[in-house]
Design a protein around this ligand. Structure first.
Ligand SMILES: *[C@@H]1O[C@H](CO)[C@@H](O)[C@H](O)[C@H]1NC(C)=O
Ligand SMILES: *[C@@H]1O[C@H](CO)[C@@H](O)[C@H](O)[C@H]1NC(C)=O
Ligand SMILES: *[C@@H]1O[C@H](CO)[C@@H](O)[C@H](O)[C@H]1NC(C)=O
Length: 263
C-alpha cells in the first residue's frame, strides 16, 4: 500500500506545482503592461489583476493608494512603450501624455511574484509633470517618437550582466570619477533628459563630486531590445525620484532617457 500512496502523492504534488507556477513569458508580461496602460487611459483600475495578498503601489518612491494616485485619472496617451524582463518577472512601461491640462511623462515598473505574469504584485511609478526636471512632455514626445526600439538581432544584443553593469555605471557617475569612462558610449548616442536633448551623449559627463550614491535601485532588463531601466532615488543630488533607461545596440549606448521628479 505504502509505495502506491507515495507515488500518488508525488503525482498530485507535481500537478499542483504546474498549476501554481504559470510561466513568466514575454507575452504575459506585455499583456499585464497593456492592462496597466488601459487602466491609465480610462482612469479605472477595475481591469487590473492585482494580487489580493501581496500588492504594493508606489508613486515617486513612496507607498501610495492606487485608488487616489495618478491611475485614477484618465489620460490621453500619445506614446507608450514597454519592455519585458522574463528573468525578474517584471516589465517597464513609459508613457507620455502631452495634450491635457496636466501633461505627464510616467515611468512604471510592474512586478509579478511566483513567476505568475497574470497577477500583479507591484506597480512602481515615477510620475513627472510640470515643474519636474526639464519637463516639457510635447518636446520629449517629439524626440522619443523618432527613436527605434525594435528588437535587436541576436548578434547585436548585450548580455544581462553587461546591461546591468552599464545601468549601474551610469548612476555611479555622480559619485565615482571613473564610472563615465567605463561606459561604452556609441558615437551616435542620444540622451533625452526630461525634454533636454544631448547628442552625442558621451560628451561632458559627471565625474564624481557627490558623496552620496544613487540608491534604492530597481531594475528591468530586456536583452531582446538591449535595455536596462532603473528606478532609483537620485540621492547624489538630493533624494529625487528618478528613472534612467538605456538602450545598447551592438554593445554601445544608443539611447538614454531620464525622468526626474523635483518633489
Ligand atoms: C500603446 O502603443 C501602441 C503602439 O505602440 C498602440 O497600439 C496602443 O493603442 C497604445 N496604448 C494606449 C493605451 O495608448
Ligand atoms: C510580494 O511581491 C514581491 C514583488 O512585488 C516579491 O518580491 C515578494 O517576494 C512577494 N512576497 C511574497 C510573500 O510573496
Ligand atoms: C557579457 O558581456 C560582456 C561584455 O561584452 C562580456 O565581457 C562577458 O564575458 C559576457 N558574459 C557572459 C556570461 O557571456
Amino acid at each position: 500500500m505504502l509505495p502506491k500512496f507515495v507515488f500518488g502523492l508525488g503525482a498530485a504534488l507535481t500537478g499542483f506545482a504546474t498549476l501554481g507556477h504559470a510561466e513568466c513569458t514575454r507575452e504575459g508580461l506585455l499583456a499585464a503592461a497593456g492592462s496597466y496602460l488601459a487602466a491609465q487611459a480610462s482612469g479605472s483600475i477595475s481591469g487590473l489583476k492585482l494580487s489580493a495578498t501581496n500588492f504594493t503601489y508606489q508613486q515617486n518612491n513612496k507607498k501610495a493608494d492606487i485608488k487616489t494616485g495618478v491611475l485614477s485619472q484618465a489620460l490621453s496617451i500619445n506614446l507608450n512603450r514597454s519592455t519585458a524582463d522574463t528573468t525578474a518577472c517584471a516589465s517597464y512601461t513609459m508613457l507620455i501624455s502631452s495634450g491635457g491640462s496636466k501633461p505627464y511623462v510616467i515611468s512604471t515598473q510592474i512586478r509579478h511574484a511566483d513567476g505568475d505574469a497574470d497577477t500583479i504584485s507591484a506597480i512602481d511609478s515615477i510620475v513627472a509633470t510640470t515643474g519636474d526636471l526639464f519637463f516639457n512632455a510635447a518636446q520629449t514626445l517629439s524626440y522619443i517618437q523618432k527613436e527605434n526600439w525594435g528588437s535587436l538581432d541576436e548578434s547585436q544584443r548585450a548580455n544581462r550582466t553587461e546591461l546591468k553593469r552599464v545601468g549601474d555605471a551610469y548612476l555611479d557617475m555622480w559619485t565615482d570619477a571613473k564610472a563615465a569612462d567605463s561606459i561604452p558610449w556609441g558615437t551616435d548616442c542620444e540622451r533625452v533628459e526630461g525634454s533636454a536633448l544631448t547628442k552625442p551623449c558621451g560628451a561632458s559627463l559627471p565625474r564624481g563630486g557627490s558623496a552620496t550614491n544613487n540608491g534604492n535601485r530597481r531594475y528591468v532588463i530586456d536583452e531582446t531590445v538591449g535595455s536596462v531601466e532603473v528606478l532609483c532615488s537620485f540621492d547624489s543630488l538630493g533624494s529625487l525620484p528618478d528613472s534612467h533607461e538605456i538602450r545598447l545596440e551592438g554593445g554601445k549606448v544608443k539611447y538614454v532617457h531620464t525622468v526626474t521628479v523635483m518633489r
